[in-house]
Structure formats: structure tokens, C-alpha cells
Ligand binder design. Sequence first.
Ligand code: C2E
Ligand code: CMP
Ligand code: CA
Ligand code: CA
Length: 438
Amino acid sequence: MSEGKESSLLVYFEPGELIFAADEEGHHAYIIESGQVDIFVTTTGKDVSLKTLTQGDVFGEMAVIDASPRSASARALTETCCVVISRAQISDRIDASDPVVKLLVSRLLDHIRSLNTGVSQAARPTAPEISSEPSSPFLPHQPVLEKMRLESELLDAIATDAFIPHYQPLVDLETEEILGFEFLIRWKSPTRGWVSPGLFIDTAEETSLIRPIGQWVIENACADLNRFNQALSRSFVASGKPRTPLFISVNVSARQFQAPQFNQELLEILQRHQIPHSQIKLEVTERVLMEGASAINIIQQCRQLGFHLALDDFGTGFSSLTYLAKFEIDSLKIDQYFVRQMLTHPRTLALMKHILAMTQDLGMVSVAEGVETQQEFDILRRLGCQIGQGYLFGKPLPFESAKNLLLENYRRPSAPTGPLLSSNGIENSVPQQTGSRV
Ligand code: C2E
Ligand code: CMP
Ligand code: CA
Ligand code: CA
């Protein structure tokens, strides 16, 4: 350290002593313990004071934050004592901060530097130049700006109801009956066109935007479940054919579970739409289970309230078996990677067999994701997988198309394995014929 007479923590300056000069490299910031410091720029040989700082003020932080030269000079006006702040103390915190905060700080620093340059060039006054690209090299600007833009657009999408529910069928591999749908959100953006959730759910999860979006999802899932059921009821009245009550699965992220009011809001929405709890399934990934005790408590509560819990993307994360031992999970959704690989990789096929056997032993329902071909369907059925989801049965569809697919599937001849319930809950055991593909 070259600035002042130092102890390890405190540094002392005489009245009139220059602490540092503009454009020098800066390694420390200072907190004034006692005394006064003048921050100034020099123009045509004259010092122009920018600010006089006193006890408790911080200075010299700018050069340390982004490793740029000192933006002004500092001089002790009286006998002054300062606490020294090291670069590491500041840079560790800056590195750990949100990229948006970093970007905003960077913009502020550039702005102050431009203003100071404007003051020091007062002899030939021109408007301080503010470049469109921040000059400091310590931030990747474009991805951060893009994320901020996306966040603003998502806020607008929530306000203008620009999300469209899509439904992908979940099919009983034995009877080929559509048992339910997974709710998959789509965003129709005025500037980007159709946007798939892969492009915005992560950003929504990083901010609190996932909460209003999640509420919208559950609200729509409930309203549409009633509309699906009404359509089925009309068909039931016409045909008298029974069916199991339809369910809708919704994806719930860790951040949603962390909100203390999540359970209450969920219950309110279901009550408003008069949906039995067992007809809404909550799909969670391992990440939710890893998020600590509060999320786990909420999951347990959801389970106690009668919601069905599905562990999504099984096999892609840590796939820790302790989760399966610890939590009462109703179904296991085996990731499409396994379905894709099992035809060509005997080891994956062996794993698939064991996962399905384990699922059965634990009394869980097995769901295979991403079923695209007849061959995959045949193997999964042979291995005893209960439910399939994938393009073979139907892509994620808007409500009307999903409803038509459901009615077509309902009306076709099928082979149920036992007494079934009609969509409106009336018990019925009319014998059925063997069915064809969804
Ligand atoms: P996910 O929950 O694993 O959903 C399954 C994804 O696989 C969907 O992608 C679906 O379109 C796709 N898929 C289904 N069958 C097939 C197939 O046969 N082949 C192939 N190649 N893909 C198939 P999508 O709709 O793009 O959703 C991506 C992810 O975004 C979802 O993965 C889920 O994690 C998240 N997501 C979607 N909707 C929501 C939502 O409403 N809330 C939350 N929190 N996350 C959502
Ligand atoms: P730094 O650029 O490291 O060194 C000069 C310091 O003066 C700077 O950090 C800030 O702490 C402070 N500073 C710079 N410009 C101004 C200003 N316009 N007003 C008040 N303080 C300033
Ligand atoms: Ca899912
Ligand atoms: Ca999945």
C-alpha cells in the first residue's frame, strides 16, 4: 500500500496531504473514521472540488470495483484517519452479486466518470460523452441486458395474458386410455413469436415472476379441467361409457414452494373451481427436494392434503434414492433420455428395467417421458411401465385440440382392467372391448 501512513487497518493523513491522484491505479477504498477529505478534479491547473467527505463516508471504491483508474483525486483537508478496505473485500462481494446489479453498478460508475471528465474539461465545455456500451470490461453486458429485457417482457406477458395453456396427454400403456394431461405453458410474444418454456422458465425462476406465472398455471389448469370434464360428461350421457376421473399435472418450481402462502393459494384456487385435490398432480424435480427444509415441509403438507406428487425428470439429476425413501412420492417420471437410449444401449435398458421394478416395489406409478416410436411403446409396455407421455400419443396441444383428442380417445373402443369411474365420478362397470392407438 502506498497511500498514507499505514497500520494494518487504519491509515493516517496530514492536513493537505494527497491521498491519491486521478488516473492512478487504485488498490484500496477507504472509510473515514475522523477528519475531512476533499474529492476533486484538476482543470487547467486549478483544482475543482466535487465533494467534501466526512466521518462515515466511503471513497476510492470505484477504481476497486471495476479495476479502472481513479476517477478523481483525494486530499485530506484536516488530520484524517481512515479504515482501509481491500480489493478482495469488495471484489468478492461484487463477483457474488446478481448480474443485473453488476450491470447497473457498472453503468453508474461510467456515468460518474463521464460527469467528472465533463467537469475537468470545463475549459472547453461539451456534453459529457456517454457511450452506449459501458467501457468497463468487467461485465458481459449483452446476456445481462437480454435477461433484463426478457424479464420486462415477461411482466408484460403476465399483465396482458399472453400465455397459452397447452396440454400433452398421459396415456395408460395397458388400455391406451388418456388418463390425464400435463400442463405445458406456451408464450405468444408480440416480438418473439411462440416462445417455449425452456427459454423463459429459468429466468422466471431466478426472479419472483414464477409465482404469478405459477398461479396462472394452476388457475387455468383447474378451469380447463372442468371444461374437459364437461365435454366428457356430455359424451358420457350420450354413450354411457365409463372412464376414470381425468387429472392435470402441473410443474411446480422450488421458488413457488418456498412461498409460505403456496399451499393456501393452491387450496383456494381448487376450492373456487371445485376440483378434488386428487385431480391435480404436482410435478417437482429433485431441485425442489434439495432446496432445504421449508420446501420439504410444504411438499409433505401438500401430500397430506391429498395432492399427488410426481418426481419429474428422474435419472437426470442426482437421482438420490434417499428422496424416494424419505418422501411419499406417488409417481416417478422417467426422463426421456432413458426412453431414447434403451433401444440402442443395453445398459440403459437394464437400468430402465430396474427403475420400473423399483417403482413397482415402492408402490409408485411409473411414467415414461418422450415416447416417440411404436418400438419404445412396445418395450415399455412389456417392462410393465404404467403410463406413457410423448409425441407418439400427442404433442402439447392447445385446449380445443386436446379436448378433441380426449373425446376421440374416449369414444374409441378400449379394454379397461377393472371397474372405472365416469368423468363425473359415477361408478360404472360396463364391459369394454379391446382398443386401438390413441
Ligand atoms: P418437462 O416438465 O420435462 O416437460 C416435458 C417436455 O418434453 C416438454 O417440453 C414437452 O413438450 C417435451 N416432450 C414431450 N414429449 C416429447 C417427445 O416425445 N419428444 C421430445 N423430444 N420432447 C417431448 P416443453 O413444453 O418445451 O417444456 C420444457 C420444460 O419447461 C418442462 O419440462 C418443464 O420443466 C418446464 N415447464 C413447462 N411448462 C411449465 C410450467 O407451467 N411451469 C413450470 N414451472 N415449468 C414449466
Ligand atoms: P475512485 O475512482 O476509486 O477514486 C476517486 C474517488 O472519488 C471515487 O472512487 C469515489 O469514491 C469518489 N468520487 C468520484 N467522483 C465523485 C463525485 N462526482 N462526487 C463524489 N465523490 C466522487
Ligand atoms: Ca414435467
Ligand atoms: Ca420431465
